[in-house]
Ligand binder design. Structure first.
Ligand SMILES: C[S@@+](CC[C@H](N)C(=O)[O-])C[C@H]1O[C@@H](n2cnc3c(N)ncnc32)[C@H](O)[C@@H]1O
Ligand code: SF4
Ligand code: SF4
Length: 327
């Protein structure tokens, strides 16, 4: 097909976008890109300046939902309250979310963030067992995490307890869910660890069967609403993130999704100096989308747990038969 006969994708409605406002963190979770890249001396810890965050918000279209996060800990950002206030006053969002490890500040700090406009909070839990936390969320004190969760259980905004399941915490999952249920009402988002530099702890097909068994063994729990991981919810799904859920990295560059903060993938489209609409119609961006339709590209999709090609035979082969015979 000739280039000029390509039908360009019109600018789609964004479901949510994630802005990486920091790459600094106090924890050393072994599976996180920040930790693995730091190990290779390939990381710098930065904060997106407030003025830059404001320009990103100005240059992006209104969207249902914005997430301030990144391969870093947002509550370390000195201007987080101002960022949330600006997002709130812009009137562009229904949902204003942060993703946090929750361990830097006391509960009053989060109440102050709610006053600034925060209305949705995701806190990473993974486990409440100190030994497992040492291995998967290195630097986390179990008692502290539990105290924070008790405080958050009374918040008037939705609090999502996020569990990233790897071989390290898989068999502790029923225990984690029971303990969360004792603490209070939470929505629990379970997702699989992907490959951000530590592939050995990713779940294999047998582990996915164990994950299903663990969930069946412990649910329902009165206080919890559990969202299972993608690999358990659908048979085959096409990833729509590059259309509906883009990311903005620490430099202000557009990325196809929040699994990656690599701005080179889309040719370093700087949203602090151009609108999203202009970035969308850049030929390189459109070419990348057309390529994505043909096949998931190695970068960034090869280790991503949302890439259906990684879901092995769970739904299609013998594992599925096993799953159906669960008691
Ligand atoms: C990168 S952190 C940033 C926010 C905050 N520092 C936190 O830990 O919640 C966001 C989420 O990514 C998850 N994560 C880290 N490494 C991962 C991996 N290899 N695969 C999937 N999720 C991962 C963490 O468990 C956390 O819930
Ligand atoms: S707390 Fe979040 S950003 Fe920090 S190392 Fe852990 S997963 Fe990465
Ligand atoms: S499958 Fe690819 S585009 Fe979709 S979320 Fe994963 S890395 Fe991003």
């Amino acid at each position: 097909m000739q280039k000029d006969t390509y039908l360009l994708d019109s600018v789609p409605e964004i479901q949510f976008y994630l802005v990486e406002i920091t790459t600094a963190c106090q924890l050393r979770c072994p599976g996180c890109k920040r930790t693995t890249e730091r190990g290779k001396k390939n990381w710098s810890s930065n904060f997106m300046p407030l003025e830059k965050v404001k320009r990103v918000i100005d240059n992006m279209p209104p969207s249902n939902h914005v997430i301030f996060s990144g391969f870093g800990e947002v509550t370390l950002h000195p201007n987080l309250p101002d960022i949330l206030s600006y997002a709130n006053k812009s009137g562009k969002f229904r949902i204003i979310q942060i993703n946090t490890n929750g361990l830097i500040n006391d509960i009053d700090y989060f109440r102050m963030l709610i006053d600034c406009g925060l209305n949705y909070l995701m806190i990473s839990v993974d486990s409440l067992d100190q030994k497992i936390l040492d291995a998967s969320r290195t630097g986390t004190k179990a008692k502290h995490l539990e105290t924070v969760l008790r405080g958050m259980a009374d918040f008037r905004i939705p609090v999502i307890a996020s569990i990233t399941v790897s071989k390290t915490n898989l068999d502790d999952l029923p225990n984690t869910l029971r303990r969360l249920n004792e603490i209070g009402k939470f929505t629990v988002g379970i997702r699989e660890a992907g490959d951000l530099g530590l592939p050995d702890v990713m779940l294999d097909a047998d582990d996915r069967v164990r994950l299903a068994k663990h969930l069946v063994s412990v649910m329902p729990l009165d206080n919890l609403r559990v969202d299972p991981p993608k690999s358990m919810m659908v048979q085959r799904e096409v990833c729509v993130d590059p259309w509906n859920r883009p990311g903005i990295n620490i430099k202000g560059e557009l990325t196809p999704c929040c699994w990656t903060n690599d701005g080179s993938i889309l040719g370093h489209l700087d949203i602090t100096s151009m609108t999203y609409e202009d970035a969308w119609f850049e030929q390189g961006h459109q070419n990348w989308l057309n390529g994505f339709r043909e096949a998931y590209p190695e970068n960034p999709c090869s280790g991503c747990p949302r890439n259906p090609n990684l879901w092995s035979s769970f739904w299609t082969g013998k594992d599925f038969v096993l799953y159906r015979t669960l008691k």
